[in-house]
Design a protein around this ligand. Structure first.
Ligand code: COA
Length: 266
């Protein structure tokens, strides 16, 4: 990989792989490593075959300007992120279709390291935007995206992928927020430096509460969970339709609150 200017050697080495706490983050190559990604995918999502993203798509992603990046513990692949090259507003961008870490390795910063490596690789190729979709009901992912990466969300896709076989989706419509990660934005730079994205929320900020009971309801009363999902969908569509962006999550009185702010005032 050719990189101009100062720091060439450091950066090249960095993109070849980053070893910390026994976990190496680097690009994946070859069928055996893509197969290992599919094993992690199966383990995390537990979908039926019809919903599994197969090896050839990993090959396509890696060969057409996208990314397949792995987290390795010794020889074992314990996480990966996969992105496809896209085109948005006349510029190249990456659509990060899947990011997964084996649950035994959660909450050790591996997901964040995968995303940071993804960002460095994108920037080294002149790409300044990465997007992905996430389930607004899974507040851990919202926390990860907004508070740990500095992404924002301005679009809501009702039932984006249809109803899937993954138990993670609990038979609900696959409603998704689109995370936009503007890689060089002041917000992202602040968050990656360990600071708060914004010193204070806008005075006009709106809140949408994901009830704490929802995770349990998904398992015990799917109809009630679906009803709550459709109420939340209406709220998100209302505020995003008014030009607001979801920018943060915070503990609320009865669950986790999304914070939405008028995008133009930010
Ligand atoms: C999303 C995912 C990739 C994150 O991986 P990870 O290695 O656990 O990520 P990190 O450790 O870097 O960060 C997770 C953060 O969430 C926090 N967290 C954990 N559980 C949480 C919860 N229930 N609510 C809020 N935050 C939570 C962790 O404490 C950590 O934050 P911290 O660094 O401030 O402590 C992983 O959870 C995963 O594979 N999930 C299943 C697949 C999925 O949903 N993928 C994303 C959509 S494609």
């Amino acid at each position: 990989m050719k990189l101009r200017g100062r720091g060439k050697t450091k950066r090249t080495l960095h993109l070849n792989g980053e070893l910390r706490n026994g976990i190496l983050i680097r690009s994946c190559h070859g069928i055996a490593e893509f197969e290992a990604c599919v094993l992690v995918e199966r383990n995390v999502w537990q979908s039926a075959d019809v919903d599994v993203v197969p090896i050839p798509l990993f090959v396509v992603a890696a060969e057409t300007g996208g990314q397949v990046i792995g987290a390795f513990h010794g020889k074992e692949l314990v996480g990966f992120t996969m992105a496809i090259a896209g085109w948005r507003d006349r510029k190249p961008f990456l659509h990060s279709h899947m990011t997964a870490v084996l649950s035994a390795y959660w909450d050790r910063g591996i997901g964040r390291r995968l995303k940071r490596f993804q960002r460095d690789d994108a920037l080294s190729r002149g790409i300044h935007l990465i997007e992905w979709t996430f389930d607004p009901l899974i507040t851990k992912n919202a926390y990860f995206n907004f508070m740990r990466l500095g992404a924002i969300a301005r679009r809501y896709l009702p039932n984006a992928y249809g109803i899937t076989t993954s138990p993670l989706h609990a038979g609900l419509p696959t409603d998704r927020l689109v995370a936009e990660w503007h890689l060089r934005s002041a917000r992202v730079l602040r968050v990656l430096a360990g600071k708060r994205a914004t010193p204070a929320f806008s005075k006009k900020a709106a809140r949408i509460t994901i009830p704490a009971s929802l995770e349990e309801l998904k398992a015990t009363d799917p109809a009630a969970a679906a009803k709550i999902q459709s109420e939340l969908r209406a709220q998100f569509q209302h505020w995003l339709g008014k030009g607001y962006a979801a920018t943060a999550v915070a503990p609320g009185k009865s669950g986790v609150d999304y914070i939405l702010e008028p995008w133009k005032s930010l």
